[in-house]
Design a protein around this ligand. Sequence first.
Ligand code: SAM
Length: 266
Amino acid sequence: MTKTHLGHTARKRFGQNFLKDELVIDRILNAIAPTNDDVLIEIGPGLGALTEPMCERVEALTVIELDRDLAERLRHHPFHHQKLTVIEQDAMRFDFGQLSQERQSKLRVFGNLPYNISTPLMFHLFSHQDAIVDMHFMLQKEVVDRLAATPGSKHYGRLSVMAQYYCDVIPVLTVPPGAFVPPPKVNSAVVKLVPHTQAPVSLNQVEHLDKVCKAAFGQRRKTIRNSLKDFVSEAELSALGIDAGLRAEKLSLQDFATIANTINES
Ligand code: SAM
C-alpha cells in the first residue's frame, strides 16, 4: 500500500498511479490544447493532477471517477460547482453518446487511465466514436506501441487493426515510472486518438473484422491459409488478390476488411 503525497492510499484494484511530474502534466495539457468551446471530459481524475491545471485553463470540466473517496474529495475541491462537475461512476458503463447529446456538442476526452482496464475502456469509447472529437490517454507504453503499429512491426496485432479502423493514432510522449506515485512497473506513454469522420475502409460488420483479427493473430505464426480457413478458402483469398502464404502481421487494415466482408450472416 502506498500513501501518496496527498495522504490518499493508492488502490491497486482501481489502477491508481498518480501523476506527480509537473513537466509531464504541463506537456499533456499543452498536447490537449483546450479551449473554452470544448466539452472536456476526464476519466479517472484521482487526486486531480490533471484536473486542477485543466480547471485553471478552462471554464468547465466534467470528471468521471469510480473511487467513492476520490469522488468525494473532488466534490470538496474549490473548483467544484464553479467549474467542475463530478460524476461518480464506472467509465466502462458511462453513456458518452448521451452526454454528448445533452451538451449538444462532441466531447474531448482525456485521462491517465487505470491500466488494468485501459483496452476494454478504449473499445467502449470507440463504440461512442461519433460523440467524440478526440481522446488523449496515458497508457502503458507497450499498449501505445501496439495501437500505433503498422504491418510488419512486432507490435502489430488485433489492437492495431481495430484501433486504426476507428481512429487516427498519434503517439505524443513517453513517460518514465518516476513520474507517478506509486511508480508503475513499466514505461508509460501518452497517445492522441482522433476518431475518423469517415471510415478508412468499407465494412459490412465491424464484428466480422474483429473475428478475423482474433483468428489471424491468435495463431500469428501460421499462414492465413491455415489460421483463416474457417472464414475464407485459399481460392477465395487468391480471387481477392491476397496471398494465402502470408502471416497476419503482413496484412493491412484493407486486407482484413476485404476478408471480413466475405463472411456471410447465417
Ligand atoms: N488522473 C489521476 C492522475 O493522473 O494522477 C489518476 C490516474 S490513476 C492511473 C486512474 C484513476 O482512474 C484513479 O483515480 C482510479 O480511481 C480511476 N478509475 C479506476 N477505474 C475506473 C473506472 N472504471 N471508471 C472511472 N474511473 C476509474
